[in-house]
Design a protein around this ligand. Structure first.
Ligand code: BDR
Ligand code: CA
Length: 322
């Protein structure tokens, strides 16, 4: 199974991603690091523990990292994800506790241990990239040992937090820029699972009803609660599994079409701060001159997705987990 670390701001759709990473037999979840984003950091940690316990996973370390973006104050998304950041399901508090180490130390130790075993880790940031940027700058030699980064963030054509920018990148643009820059310096391949594909995999309310039959407080009931909440929020008969698509890409790469393209992050801009500039032109010479002196990242950008296939993978993983 592929060793993975998820960096999350759980988050309704981060919860969907954690369920998949925990239960899919082809994935070996080594650690989960938490960052402030959809909800304040303590809520993110609690939600993450709740999800792992619902999936009967108690041995994976869950560590708290950055509560704030590198430069700005946090602006959460509880208006989307619920007061508790995860669908206000009213479940009892988790029994376990967070790992005492800082997320950056968990990243370093987990990445180094996997590399020493000859099975390097794939890192999957599904949240503002503050923890990953700190890791890259504090422990560059360990960062270089990452096999690959597959992150949810940005978009070539589609935005959500502002007219220009996607939430994760908008929340901490400097962190995203630092990670892309470090990925060039340390030859870590990066895939961007952005908003162009993010809304593709949808789970219907009928499918949620079916999940709810599977268990009382397990992945079925949890998955059902998450899908029902987001369907209500957007007044639709279905919900996107969001961040879970980035995890699905690891086990079913052919469900997503990517193209290797130059990507930059807008750090200034009156209305465009946090936008990912994906250069789809044939000629990209002027991308070589970054005003901040950051390196020039070529990223595998997800541009098309077979949504039903990815949603089916998520549903099947929960159905066969019992
Ligand atoms: C991203 O922002 C968060 O609200 C979601 O969890 C996802 O990671 C989508 O823009
Ligand atoms: Ca997220």
């Amino acid at each position: 199974a592929l060793p993975v670390i998820l960096d999350v701001d759980t988050g309704v759709d981060d919860a969907c991603a954690l369920v998949l990473a925990t239960l899919h037999p082809d994935l070996d979840l080594r650690a989960v690091t938490c960052v402030g984003g959809n909800a304040p950091l303590p809520d993110v940690v609690r939600n993450t523990l709740t999800v792992l316990e619902a999936c009967s996973t108690t041995s994976v370390p869950v560590a708290a990292g950055a509560s704030h973006p590198l430069l700005e104050r946090p602006v959460d998304a509880r208006h989307v994800h619920g007061d508790d950041g995860m669908a206000d399901l009213g479940w009892p508090a988790p029994q376990g506790a967070a790992d005492p180490r800082h997320a950056v130390d968990v990243l370093r130790e987990t990445v180094d241990a996997a590399a020493a075993e000859g099975t390097p880790v794939t890192l999957v940031p599904l949240a503002p990239m503050t923890n990953v940027a700190l890791f890259a700058r504090m422990y560059p030699e360990s960062f270089a040992r990452i096999e690959r980064i597959v992150f949810m963030g940005g978009g070539a054509m589609v935005s959500n937090a502002t007219a220009s920018a996607e939430f994760n990148v908008f929340h901490d643009p400097e962190a995203t820029a630092v990670v892309l820059d470090a990925s060039v310096d340390h030859h870590v391949p990066v895939t961007m699972y952005g908003l162009d594909v993010f809304y593709g995999p949808q789970v219907t309310l009928a499918e949620a009803d079916e999940l709810a039959e599977l268990d009382e407080r397990g992945p079925g009931a949890l998955g059902a609660g998450l899908v029902r909440f987001m369907s209500r929020r957007f007044d639709k008969g279905s919900a996107s599994i969001g961040d879970a698509g980035a995890v699905a890409l690891l086990v079913d790469p052919d469900a997503v079409r990517t193209e290797r393209l130059p990507v930059r992050v807008e750090l200034a801009g009156t209305w465009t701060r946090g936008r990912t500039i994906v250069d789809t032109r044939d000629w990209t010479g002027d991308m070589d001159h970054d005003p901040h002196g950051l390196a020039h990242a070529h990223v595998d950008v997800a541009l098309e997705i077979d949504g039903p296939r990815v949603a089916g993978l998520w549903l099947d993983t929960i159905r066969s987990a019992r």
